[in-house]
Design a binder for this molecule. Structure first.
Ligand code: UDP
Length: 459
């Protein structure tokens, strides 16, 4: 008799960006009447991750303690694999011989969520695969196509994509990338980016800025505010200096406007920015901000000038125009949708474009004519609806993009359909090989069963 799976879903995360992008999902799973998140942190960015999760009211079930500075990628990966293995065996025991698709309390986890492209996410996916736990990949399908750039993230993404049963992709372009690599479209779902959910939640909390140089912003609800950030390596030197010079010229030309510049801690960036802007009264220079207060600042802004990657997705979600101070961007969907304008680092171009946004309401409105392609703030809701459908065979969630097919996901996770006494159900058989076989003849390759996705039986 196969054991049923539990409604628990592991969520494994290690870094601050993962915590930011996964907390909306953890919150929704915590509030879900039937599913339950089991959050496992790796211990990499311990204080930062704990702060983000605690602020969002997310409970941590376990920490793998992989926080030692200076770990190599291989040491980190092997520690995460071994640590997750220990955590799962301590909590659930060894992988059951047979698992049914039916769900009851206190048995093996129904899935393991990993996010994006970190080495810990890739290691957790490998560990979950070895433990026969289906992997759900959030923020799936981003690609540069060059495995050495970014390193090791690009290969990590591709590795997780090979393992994952279900791919929650932020955009349709991300799904296209996966399909191009041979992932069945039926195992993908366009959800938007959970980072947008996170940002909206954080911005709405109105956490006090809590620093003297921004005290004026607590009381001033009317002055137009321009937020400026710059830190990219390719802009070091002249690029950053030009962005700062443009900010100074804009401050001179628009005396009613206030400028806030969170200065990146890198000394090469900070020195250049300070040299240009230290003595400009309308410009407030401040240290890098906590995520929640930065979200509030973005929401308060009339315009953002930035070379950041993440902010290009975040500011449009709050309806704020973005001038991208770079010559290229990987966020091409945003430029096509008109929510971003690529201005490069020429000071004249930045001053002219910013001037238009600040003085012409039509120019400003043009930035929010199209919806933000990176998400509408409901990504976590979609992913949880998908998980609910996968685990409980509840109604298919409203699709965004091509949609997905439960049977294909289950089959990739190793389940096959069986006709048991109590009716047809999905059963996962034991792995053909649990340990490296002494002799290759020990390997039994089971033929893949075929599953008819349209012949589902409610469980
Ligand atoms: N961010 C922040 N405080 C700041 C500046 C940025 O919390 O002072 C957040 C921002 O909201 C985004 C992330 O940091 O979520 C991305 O930052 P950054 O621009 O440093 O990196 P990139 O996206 O270019 O890798």
């Amino acid at each position: 008799m196969p054991l049923p799976v539990s409604p628990e879903i592991l969520v494994v995360l290690g870094t601050r960006p993962e915590a930011i992008k996964l907390f909306p999902l953890i919150q929704r799973l915590q509030d879900h009447p039937r599913l339950r998140p089991v959050v496992v942190t790796t211990g990499q960015h311990k204080e930062l991750v704990d702060y983000v999760l605690e602020t969002a009211g997310c409970e941590i079930a376990g920490d793998l303690g992989v926080g030692r500075p200076g770990l190599t990628l291989n040491q980190l990966s092997s520690s995460v694999i071994a640590g997750l293995d220990d955590f799962v065996s301590a909590r659930y025991g060894p992988p059951p011989e047979r698992i049914s698709g039916r769900v009851r309390e206190d048995h093996y986890p129904a899935g393991c969520i990993v996010h994006g492209d970190t080495s810990s996410a890739a290691a957790a996916a490998v560990a979950a695969f070895h433990l026969r736990i289906p992997v759900i990949h959030v923020e799936a399908g981003l690609r540069t196509g060059t495995t050495l750039s970014p390193f090791p993230e690009e290969l990590n993404r591709q590795l997780v994509a090979r393992i994952a049963s279900f791919h929650a992709a932020p955009t349709r372009a991300n799904v296209q990338n996966l399909v191009r690599e041979g992932v069945d479209i039926g195992r993908t779902f366009v959800t938007g980016n959970t980072g947008i959910d996170a940002l909206r939640w954080a911005a709405a909390r109105e956490v006090p800025y809590g620093r003297p140089e921004l005290a004026w912003l607590e009381d001033d609800a009317t002055s137009p505010v321009v937020t400026v950030t710059a830190h990219r390596r390719e802009n070091w030197g002249e690029g950053i200096a030009n962005i700062a010079r443009a900010t100074r010229r804009l401050a001179d030309a628009h005396p009613d406007v206030r400028f806030v510049v969170p200065v990146h801690p890198n000394p090469r960036v900070a020195q250049t920015v300070r040299d240009e802007l230290d003595d400009v009264p309308a410009v407030t220079l401040t240290a890098p901000m906590e995520y929640h207060t930065f979200a509030r600042l973005l929401a308060r802004s009339t315009l953002v000038i930035t070379d950041s990657g993440g902010i290009q997705e975040e500011a449009p979600a709050l309806g704020v125009p973005v001038l991208v101070a770079r010559t290229t961007t990987e966020r091409t969907e945003g430029v096509e949708a008109g929510v971003l304008e690529l201005v490069g680092t020429d000071a004249d171009t930045i001053v002219a474009s910013a001037g238009r946004v600040l003085t012409d309401p039509a120019a400003r409105a043009a930035f929010s004519r199209q919806p933000n392609p990176y998400g509408d703030g409901h990504a976590a809701e979609r992913i949880v609806a998908a998980a609910e459908h996968l685990v409980f065979n509840s109604p298919v969630p409203q699709t965004s993009g091509p949609g997905f097919v439960r049977a294909q996901v289950l089959e990739w996770a190793g389940f096959h359909r069986t006709d048991a006494v109590e009716g047809p159900s999905y059963v996962r058989e034991p792995a053909a090989v649990d340990h490296v076989p002494a002799d290759l003849e020990d390997v039994v390759i089971k033929p893949k069963s075929t599953v008819d996705p349209y012949d589902e039986v409610s469980e």
